[in-house]
Design a protein around this ligand. Structure first.
Ligand SMILES: Nc1ncnc2c1ncn2[C@@H]1O[C@H](COP(=O)(O)OP(=O)(O)OP(=O)(O)O)[C@@H](O)[C@H]1O
Length: 242
């Protein structure tokens, strides 16, 4: 069943005629070169970018859904986040409860545990490393318990172990009757953790479907201009520029 349906999405010169769906229980990976339109598409879904075309959440047009309800349903992790104040980790994660108007201590504790930040709850966020802060911002989104979780490069600043941990956690999150849409540059990780992939090229949809249909030599040549070594049968799968 579709959680999100995008129909002919367009933004100025940046995104053209993109149509796709996010299904219940799946992780959909958004791929593409720098400037391909990944963030732009996620911003449209998050309600922070004007667009042409239509986006449906369940069967309701996104722009007709009251803002608060939309924020309860769709959580967004931007590419980078910063706090203007030296909030504690606990307070940052609690901000994720704003759409609900509560402080749900259990949701906050669960989000902290899922991202492995429980030991830092009392520390000011600006005293953490970049990768540690990234996990706290992710915890903030998780605390809102959104049905649809959008994440713009959630593992870009994480070490190898945390990349795996976070992607597995997002996969588990999706399986719990939710959906996750994330942009990612590491094609091997995308092959390993995403159920389906969407490959954007110059603002257009170049390929959409199961991993093996999207990560082909031809598609990677067109999207990234690379000759790739692709072995999707190995454990874990390998997709690297030669
Ligand atoms: N606020 C903006 N106003 C106008 N153009 C923008 C804006 N933000 C991004 N762009 C342009 O839109 C295009 C798509 O950018 P977008 O950020 O969606 O790419 P991306 O695929 O997320 O790239 P990256 O991998 O570098 O994060 C780029 O050409 C970019 O220069």
């Amino acid at each position: 069943m579709e959680l999100i349906r995008i129909h002919q999405l367009g933004v100025d010169q940046r995104l053209q005629d993109v149509s796709l769906s996010l299904h219940r229980g799946e992780v959909l990976g958004i791929l593409g070169a720098n400037g391909a339109g990944k963030s732009t598409m996620l911003h449209c879904l998050a309600g922070i970018e004007d667009y042409r075309g239509e986006i449906f959440l369940h069967d309701q047009r996104l722009d007709k859904i009251p803002e608060r309800r939309r924020a309860q349903q769709i959580g967004f992790l931007p590419q980078s986040s910063q706090s203007a104040w030296a909030l504690s980790v606990h307070d940052v994660i609690s901000l994720g409860r704003l759409p609900w108007g509560d402080t749900n201590a259990e949701a906050v504790a669960q989000a902290a545990a899922a991202t492995g930040v429980t030991d830092w709850l009392e520390r000011p966020i600006d005293r953490l490393s970049g990768g540690q802060q990234a996990r706290v911002w992710l915890a903030r989104v998780l605390a809102g318990q959104p049905r649809v979780l959008l994440a713009d490069e959630p593992v870009a600043s994480l070490d190898l172990s945390q990349q795996q941990h976070v992607l597995q956690m997002l996969r588990d999150y999706a399986r719990n009757d939710c959906g996750v849409m994330l942009s990612i540059h590491d094609l091997s990780l995308a092959a390993r953790y995403c159920d389906r992939l969407c490959l954007l090229h110059e603002g257009r949809l170049l390929a959409l479907g199961p991993v093996a249909e999207v990560l082909t030599h031809d598609n990677l040549q067109r999207a990234f201009g690379i000759d790739a070594h692709i072995d999707l049968e190995s454990q874990p799968p390998i997709v690297m520029p030669r």
